[in-house]
Design a protein around this ligand. Structure first.
Ligand code: HEC
Length: 491
């Protein structure tokens, strides 16, 4: 049977070649970092694909679908594994890199394997960054905003790049879509291609093996079964740690992103803490130094390492400048991260505490019941309970018209108790679609401001929802709902 298969595909010979690879110096637990990283990657791909079955990328559904995932114990577990898996993968890439660095394994003829490895680190970080936005909660929004604004400060193409990544001038559905596309499709494809390259180059050169004056004298071990066994032990250990973290410390889902909040203190993923720390440390006029110049130079130096350290020896004693350089760099990164963590903790202590997870989820669940409630009673006139338009209102209107439609005397007219709002629905639809300016009189005040047009910024459904809400859910207002058909057909 195997012969039959092999004569037609060559698969069995290939597998044999693969398994009988020589390991200079014999198998070792020191070599599991690379394979453990690959195990974490495969886990990320498997859990990630599963999550795309339930996640819906848009400003109106990203957070809501994440809440639904939280509500299902199995999906929640997979999400938590994916969350901690990303941390594990990045930590393992770092460790793998550090080990290669200390052992001098990047030296000729393995320069290109090193270069591909560094690109893999960058791709992994981009995956972490783009995944961070997807839950679309407060922290996802504001932390990603920091990253996008940093992109915008880059010289020459900065604002163009920000615009492309953001999908326009402000963060919204298109931003989620861009990040989603990068996170689930482009970056994983690049990642897999690079890992293939990394492994192919590895097989071409063979393992670097232990540091030795005469590599020919080393005893030679086999990949199968010795190294495979150790790699499996490594993978099981990685899984156990990820599983324990996912079980005991599932990620926190904050309230839905609300761009109007100005006081939120974002916290970055731990692997970006050092960059954040540098940004808080440097004075504003040198910001570009912290955001662009230093990180770019750093990556370039890391890329060029095999050509900077050109000596042929891998001996640690003979490479002290590189070893010290590495130790100091790691110390600075850890120091900046700790500093950043301390300063964020201090700011958070001063800010109002976030709600407990259970409360956020309970409120979200109550809100998702709203369409059913509104559907049952809405047509009759004044629906009771939360309405879909309430969140549209909170996100787009409350900053001017007040959380309860109370307005601001002289600047923004009240919508609660406002006869125009509860009067002719056609007029309200026109105001929402086309905006409003010129003098109006509401209550005992005159207003002469400008109300933005919402056509194009909100969907017709959202406009119908928010009108239904301001007519029937704000303060004492009890006017009839407006159907999306009326908005579609508005002339
Ligand atoms: C940037 C501030 C701002 C935002 C955001 C805003 N409005 Fe307005 N709105 C105004 C101003 C100012 C006026 C009065 C315009 C005038 O003086 O002609 C107004 C007027 C109105 C009116 C007419 C009131 C009347 O008595 O004629 C309605 C209805 C209204 N807004 C609803 C909304 C809704 C619904 C939203 C959210 C989708 C919203 N507004 C968002 C500033 C805003």
């Amino acid at each position: 049977m195997l012969n039959w298969l092999d004569s037609r595909t060559g698969l069995v010979t290939m597998a044999k070649d693969f398994l009988t690879e020589d390991i200079p110096g014999g198998a070792s637990y020191w070599y599991v970092f690379g394979s453990a990283t690959m195990f974490a990657m495969i886990m990320q791909i498997a859990t990630g694909i599963f999550l795309t079955f339930f996640y819906a990328p848009s400003a109106a559904t990203a957070w809501e679908s994440t809440v639904a995932i939280y509500n299902n114990p199995f999906q929640h577990m997979v999400l938590s594994l994916h969350y901690w898996g990303s941390s594990a993968m990045i930590a393992l890439v770092f460790l793998h890199l550090l080990q290669v660095l200390i052992w001098g394994a990047y030296k000729s003829p393995r320069e290109l394997q090193w270069v591909v490895g560094v690109v893999l680190l960058v791709v992994t970080l981009v995956l972490g960054l783009t995944g961070y936005l997807l839950p679309w909660d407060m922290n996802a929004y504001f932390a990603s905003q920091v990253a996008l604004n940093i992109t915008g400060t880059a010289p020459i193409a900065g604002s163009l790049m920000q615009n492309i990544a953001q999908g326009g001038g402000t963060m919204g559905t298109e931003t989620i879509n861009r990040f989603f596309g990068l996170h689930v499709w482009l970056m994983p494809a690049v990642l897999i291609a690079l890992v293939g390259m990394h492994l192919a180059i590895f097989r071409h050169n063979g393992g670097a093996g232990p540091i030795s004056d005469d590599p020919r004298k080393l005893k030679v071990g086999r990949f199968f079964p010795d190294q495979i066994f150790m790699d499996t032990v490594g993978a099981i250990a990685v899984f156990a740690v990820i599983y324990a973290l996912a079980y005991f410390a599932p990620p926190f889902l904050d309230e839905k992103a609300d761009p109007t909040v100005t006081t939120f203190i974002p916290y970055p993923a731990w692997y970006f803490l050092s960059l954040f720390g540098m940004l808080t440390l440097v004075p504003a006029q040198f910001e570009l130094l912290a955001t662009i110049v230093v990180p770019t130079l750093f990556i370039l130096v890391v890329f060029a390492l095999p050509w900077i350290d050109r000596s042929t020896t891998r001996n640690i004693g003979a490479r002290l400048p590189i070893i010290w350089g590495t130790v100091i760099t790691v110390a600075v990164i850890v120091g900046l991260s700790i500093y950043s963590q301390i300063s964020i903790t201090a700011k958070e202590a001063a800010a109002p505490p976030s709600k407990p997870q259970a409360q956020i989820l309970a409120e979200a669940n109550a809100a998702t019941m709203a369409p059913a409630v509104a559907g049952a009673t809405g047509a009759a006139g004044a629906p009771a309970g939360p309405m879909p338009g309430a969140s549209v209102y909170k996100q787009n209107c409350s900053s001017c018209h007040g959380a309860n439609g109370e307005g601001m005397p002289g600047a923004f007219p009240p919508l609660a108790g406002n006869a125009t709002v509860t009067g002719d629905p056609g007029k309200v639809i026109g105001i929402l679609l086309n905006g409003l300016q010129g003098k109006i009189h509401v209550g005992s005040s005159d207003y002469n401001g400008m109300m933005p047009a919402w056509k194009g910024n909100l969907t017709n459904q959202q406009i119908a929802d928010v009108i239904t809400y301001i007519r029937g859910g704000l303060g004492p207002n009890k006017a009839a709902a407006v159907d999306v058909k009326a908005v579609n057909g508005f002339k």
